[in-house]
Write a protein that binds this ligand. Structure first.
Ligand SMILES: [Zn+2]
Length: 294
């Protein structure tokens, strides 16, 4: 980062940028997990597990998740937690949809921003994201772009024919040159939310995009993919995998297990919630290969 913000932990801060985590991951061939954490329990599950496994990790929230917890509130717990962690943590604003919210994240101290202009025209995506990169890089903050469009498995964003929106490798090369993004989210058969059918990832496409862009690639919609898919995707050039649905559902299942065990209070349920989410974070970190990379 450019000018380091003075914190109560001096220069020991573990709050880092996306490049600090993804460039070594790309070089050594492992993946970094990015987990959205819309409450403190989720943030604890992610950061405490990463610490126990000595794994660098990314944590944050997304614009569509803000109804659960406002951006400013999220920053109030995530940024101090990242600074005080014993492993490097990048606090990332995922799927920023509006310029104003991205600027707010920047002001709040997020060290990485995804500006998602993937639903606009190609030229508009290039122009908007290039401007974001210029601003963020001047602040020492990294930027993720998305080319092609990762749709949803259900809801309003559902795509009738997802393969029409797959990332084109040649276009990706042009996109990264013109925008200056630090990482690129790709549409290669992945989707957000729960998969109704087993997804089929286009590994050749991942390979081609990685070779043409030479950038760390990002796989959104990681919840529900098969273990083997992750392993191959990481081999082909995926350096960051986004997980939310899996920990979100695990947290709920943990609360239910606590209730079934006779817990009567929120205080009694929180350990169940955190334990269930930690299990998912641990599985993913081991699967992506970032264990002991901190
Ligand atoms: Zn996403």
């Amino acid at each position: 980062m450019g000018e380091k913000v003075k914190t109560d932990v001096g220069d020991e801060t573990m709050l880092v940028t996306m490049n600090d985590l993804l460039l070594p991951a790309k070089e050594k061939g492992y993946g970094i997990g990015f987990f959205n954490a819309v409450n403190v329990e989720m943030a604890r599950a992610v950061i405490e597990t990463a610490e126990e496994l000595r794994a660098p990790v990314m944590v944050g929230t997304a614009e569509i998740l803000l109804p659960a917890m406002d951006l400013e509130r999220v920053a109030e717990y995530l940024i101090p937690m990242a600074k005080k962690a014993t492993v490097p943590v990048c606090v990332h604003y995922d799927h920023g949809l509006t310029f104003a919210r991205c600027m707010e994240a920047l002001q709040l101290g997020f060290t990485s921003i995804m500006y998602d202009c993937s639903t606009t025209s190609y030229e508009e995506n290039v122009v908007q994201v290039a401007e974001m990169v210029k601003i963020c890089h001047a602040m020492g903050v990294t930027v993720e772009g998305e080319l092609g469009h990762v749709g949803d498995n259900e809801g309003a964003g559902k795509l009738t024919n997802p393969s029409d929106f797959y990332t084109d490798p040649d276009m990706a090369a042009d996109y990264v040159t013109r925008t200056g993004v630090d990482s690129l989210a790709v549409a290669v058969g992945n989707a957000h939310g729960d998969y109704k059918f087993p997804p089929k990832l286009d590994f050749e496409r991942i390979d081609a995009i990685a070779k043409k862009t030479r950038l760390p690639l990002v796989l959104h919609g990681g919840s529900g993919l098969a273990d083997e898919d992750f392993r191959v995707a990481v081999q082909k050039g995926i350096c960051k995998v986004n997980i939310f649905t899996d920990i979100d559902k695990a947290g709920k299942a943990g609360v239910e297990a606590g209730i079934a065990a006779g817990e009567k209070t929120m205080m009694g349920l929180i350990p169940y919630e955190i334990a269930a989410m930690k299990k998912v974070v641990e599985e993913k970190i081991k699967l992506f290969g970032s264990l002991n990379q901190a």
